[in-house]
Design a protein around this ligand. Structure first.
Ligand code: FES
Length: 232
């Protein structure tokens, strides 16, 4: 069983895909918590995966806010909400991975152990980059330019990495190492390169840095930027 939200869902989607391919006997329940449908990153990709591997992947999307008239469970992934989406055969679940914000992780872990799950079967991964707390950082905005030229502004909280802001803003963006080394999250800064600060060079070639091809996971903003995703 995979349970996650925020940037963690990208990691869980990759794990689900890999397990479904590599372990033909495996069945997965994936519980995906998101603020609302617009911010449910990878929801369409996961739905495609569930169709491709039916009936081995069961999805439950739990929205914190919903304007839809629905009887589906919604709200934070609290014990009450989880009770409505956890599989009936919970004792048969042999492993759980939780990947998401710390508060969600704590609530999910507590709910599972309260329902008798052995804590040794529960694993979790924190998938956030440390936020800078220096008072000189301010809230900024990154404008994303899509392939068709449309623009969308995404708020970047003071000291937040461009990757975290992008995922919070509901844009799907690949990532892996979260340390600037793999290049999966590389973006192209089109305007405002002087406002993009790298935490460390971490192997980013000088030519890439000069041309604005930056790993979003270690890039923070001191002013507005215009960005195109997918410069990897
Ligand atoms: S995730 Fe690897 S460089 Fe950003």
């Amino acid at each position: 069983m995979l349970i996650g939200g925020g940037a963690g869902i990208v990691r869980l989607a990759a794990i689900a895909h890999e397990v479904l391919i590599d372990k033909p006997q495996a069945r997965i329940t994936l519980i995906h918590g998101a603020r609302n449908r617009a911010r449910a990153i990878f929801a369409n990709r996961l739905a495609d995966l569930a169709r491709a591997f039916a009936p081995r992947l069961t999805l439950a999307l739990v929205l914190e806010e919903t304007e839809e008239a629905t009887t589906a469970p919604h709200g934070l992934l609290s014990a009450d909400v989880l009770d409505r989406v956890l599989p009936a055969d919970l004792p048969a679940v042999d492993r759980v991975l939780i990947c998401g914000p710390a508060a969600m992780e704590d609530a999910v872990r507590a709910a599972l152990t309260a329902r008798g799950m052995d804590a040794a079967r529960i694993r979790s991964e924190a998938f956030t980059s440390p936020r800078q707390t220096d008072a000189t950082w301010q809230d900024e905005e990154a404008t994303f330019v899509a392939a068709d030229g449309t623009r969308r502004g995404i708020p970047v909280r003071a000291g937040q990495t461009l990757l975290d802001a992008t995922l919070d803003g509901g844009e799907a963006i690949a990532f892996s190492c979260l340390s600037g080394g793999c290049g999966a999250c590389r973006v192209q800064i089109l305007e405002g390169l002087g406002n993009a600060v790298l935490d460390a060079r971490n192997g980013v070639p000088a030519t890439d840095a000069a041309a604005g091809r930056l790993p979003a996971c270690i890039t923070r903003l001191t002013g507005p930027v215009t960005v195109r995703a997918g410069a990897g």
